[in-house]
Structures are given as structure tokens and as C-alpha cells.
Design a protein around this ligand. Sequence first.
Ligand code: HEM
Length: 402
Amino acid sequence: MAEFVDFTSEAFFRDPQAGVASLRAVGPVVATKFPIVGRVWVTTTYEAAARVLKDSALFTLRREGGVLVGLPWWMPKFIATFANNMLTMDEPDHTRLRSIVDEAFRRRAVLDMEPHIRAIADRLADELFAAGSRADLVQRYARMLPLAVICELLGLPPADRPKFIAWANSIANLTSALGFLRLISGMMRMRRYLKARLQVAREQGGEGLIAELVRVEKEGGRITPDEMISMVFLLLGAGSETTTHLISGSVFELLKDPVRRDWLAADWSRAGLAVEEFLRFVSPVQFSKPRYVRQDVDLEGVKLKKGDRVMAMIVAANLDKEANECPEQLDLERRPNRHLSFGTGIHFCLGHQLARIEGICALQALFTRWPALKLAVEPSQIHWRRRPGIRMIAELPVVAGV
Ligand code: HEM
């Protein structure tokens, strides 16, 4: 078993290329250990990852009897309430739940939101240094934009946003026992809060996706109360955390290389391709959720047994030279760009259009308002949170520059 890559080490988050290369040297699918999940196969090539994600009948989220893969027996029951959403379900439940919210995330609907997203980004960029000449770009900007957008989509009051920020911060370090206790207490508070919001929507109606879920609930049959909490929880988490790390990771790359930053700022029509490359290069989600192997299978020459578990290693797929030329290089004009940052198959990211637009708006608003923005510390002093599977910069101190 390949245990020589520590997926929670600073080195792996700072630059995953060496870790990916050493795993790939073992083979396209490698047996390893992953925090919380335990023993699991991970894919190291684009093809192997795509196959696991696309074949959703062979590689499922749940084992026989509906037990979720990767959720250990000691995980308290209430956490399972949060794992009752489309990303933890196989067909037909997956489609039953996804179809309720699909419409709100279609290209048309998301494009309609663009001017509004731009306005939020402009306001946040204006306020970046409101509290001092040095600011943490993660907390004051990268976190605020996706959170504002998803809260509005859901119909959650702006006054409640600090609660989500505290909650998001509480789940950042999942590798320690203390981190785990914080996670549990944050989730308990979150569950009480979401239950209360759903009750308000039942009694008073309102705008947004929560009101829509209540409408579907009233029609009967398509969603249970637990699934409603879990859906809102998924959208809040998936919709804000991941995009936060895309934005902070992209800004970090541009601040390390002002020539690149100026090249992009000279023509914002370049931002679409640039964000696609940041998605690939930053890989904010490094691994898919674990899948359960339904029957013995040969995966790219490696024999997996029924009952094994496997994760698609997205960051490795994104660095596979069979998929892209010189994948180790950041090329903001890369085209075509074959990456799996949003997954693929039936669980292909619901928010991919939204995340792309948020990424573009965030970079444009930031560097238009602060064209000489600079890192306040050396790049080597930037640290990553030790959250397995997610690549998140802990803090990105910046100054306005001249
Ligand atoms: C699924 C990545 C933004 C909502 C996924 C998956 C990935 C991913 C890799 C598939 C996981 C798997 O198959 O195991 C990302 C990244 C984002 C991002 C990198 C930002 C840069 C968003 C946003 C939203 C969102 C903005 C919603 C507002 C979802 C949902 C799913 C999902 C609901 C589950 C879809 C399903 O099971 O059918 N995302 N995501 N994501 N994402 Fe995203």
C-alpha cells in the first residue's frame, strides 16, 4: 500500500505535483490510506478518474442496503442527516433530488445573475481595505463573494452570514481531534438554524431556493424534511467553500507573477480561459467523494474487488500529460483544457457555471480596483489549511501597492 504521500501535508497542498508523480509511478490506480475514509484506491490518471466518475452504476456512493461509503460507524448519527443529498445518492434518488434545483443553476439563470454578482464583487473590492492598510484576502474577499451569492440564491438573510463564516472556519482543520469536535458543534448549530429557516419558509413563504424546496415538499413525495436540510447544507458548503478556494488560489498565482496579472488586466476578455486554467491548476477539490466498487473490475489494468473503495484523484487527472500538454505549467491561454475540477458524469458539479462567473467577476473587480495589489508577505509564508481533499489557503495577506 502506498502510504508515502501524506495528503494532509503542507507540501502536498503547496505543490501537489511531486506527490502526484510518485503515486503515478506506482500505477494508474493505487491502494492508499486517506484520512477518515481509511483504506481506499485512488486513481492517478485522467482516464481512470473519468471512468470512476462516469460509471455510476459500477462505482456508487452507497453500498448495498444504502449505507454511505466513507462514513465510519462512529460518525454520530446527526452527521448522517447532512449526508442525505444528491451528492451522496445513486440513481434514482440522485435525479429525484437534483431535478428540484437544476433549473435555478442552468446557464440562462446564472447569466441573468451576472450583473448582480459583478456588483457584489465591486462593492467587496471597494471595501477590501476599509479596516486597515493590510487585509486578509481570503476572509474579506474570496469568502464573502460566493457566500453572498449562495445566500441570496437560497433566500437566507444577509444578517446571518457571519454564522456561516464561523461555521466554515470551524471545519477547516479536520485532521485533529479538536478540529473534529469543532466540526460537530458547528454542524449541530447549523442544523438547528436550517431547521428554523425551513420552518419560517413553511409559515411565511418567501423568495429563493428554500421557499422552492418548501413548495415541492407541500406538493408531496419528492423530498423529505431531512433531505431538505441536507440539500441546503450541501448548497451552502459546496457553493461557497470551493469557490472561495478557487478565487484565493487564482489571486495567489497572479500576485506571485505581476507580469501575468498585468497581462490579464490589460484585456478582461481573457478571463474566461484564465479561470478555466486556474480551475485546473489550483484544483480546489483534490479528490472526489469515495465510491464503492459494485463488482470485480479491471480498472486500467488494476484489479479492484467488489466491496473495495475508490476515489477519483482530481488533482492527478488535472496534472496528467496524456490529457494536457505541459500540465505542470500554468498557461492562462490553454485551449483545449481538459480538467476534472468539477467532476464528470451524473454528479458533475451543479454550480459549475456559477463558479466560473464568480471567478471571472472576482478577478476583474479586484484587479480593476487595486491594479497594484501585492502580497504582504513572501509566498513561502503562505500556508494551507490541513483539510483532506480540499486545497484551501489559510490566509492571504495583501496590501494595495502603488
Ligand atoms: C459536485 C467541484 C462550485 C454545487 C461537485 C463535484 C466536484 C465539484 C468535483 C463532484 C464531486 C464528486 O463527484 O464526488 C466544485 C468546484 C467548485 C464548485 C471546484 C468551485 C470552484 C460549486 C457551486 C455550487 C456547487 C458554486 C452551488 C452553488 C455542487 C453540487 C454538487 C457538486 C450540488 C453535487 C452534484 C450532484 O451530486 O449531482 N462540485 N464545485 N459547486 N457541486 Fe460543485
